[in-house]
Write a protein that binds this ligand. Sequence first.
Ligand code: G1P
Length: 275
Amino acid sequence: MIRKCLFPAAGYGTRFLPATKAIPKEMLPIVSKPLIQYGVEEAIEAGMDTMAIITGRGKRAIEDHFDISYELEHQIKGSSKEHLLKEIRELVLNYTFTYTRQKEMKGLGHAVLVGETLIGNEPFGVVLADDLCEGEKRGVMAQMVELYKKFRCSIVAVMEVDEKDIHKYGVVDAKELEEGVYIIKDMVEKPKAAEAPSNLAVIGRYILTPDIFEILKTTEPGVGGEIQLTDALKAQAQKGMVLAYKFKGKRFDCGSIDGFVEATNYFYNKDKEKS
Ligand code: G1P
């Protein structure tokens, strides 16, 4: 039902310099898989088959990753390493990857609007690959698609965060509709803790209805001079309905060094337990 998933991936990744000087931050590995591949796998698990990736200058490695590498595959064919490429090869062969470039960094809202040409007039998922999620039983995006089937409106994933971290997020003012599902009344991007309407912070998983594009076209720059997706969602919530969903699972903030290391340890230990 929701076929496409948008991945804003044009950001510079300055927090990881010098590692991200020549490598996109989305390609930094958590154990042996680049961050963005975790996001792509989550979208696929949710039933999506087309990945719409918003790239920018210096991001070619993402396109190469989601493509066949004849030379490499030829080299390792028949060797003990062949199985290491099996998963990514199946992903590349069975799903569609489309790309467009965000030429100027004008914020997350702008990145989503740039994706209109890849998405068209249908509801779609958005994954911020920096937020690495592991759902309980099902992936976070799959949980959200389930909810979309019932309500047919935009949905943002939220989690409770500590007061000291609230200024890093979009925060919702919302009324609980059923367990873990809230109707958004208001939203604010990166508020001061004292001014935050709640401790429910938006994390990088969204399902958006395509009317968001028209709203984004008239959304003025907000916090940090950027076109904020949060501001467009607030307008959408006030016109119709937008839900916040307290997802079931874990989330690692891989946009920060601490979160990145935490995710690395977690997935390393998990892999070890399996083997
Ligand atoms: C973006 C969004 C913010 C959201 C966050 C989740 O901010 O603007 O609303 O809470 O992602 O990770 P960024 O982290 O890009 O500054």
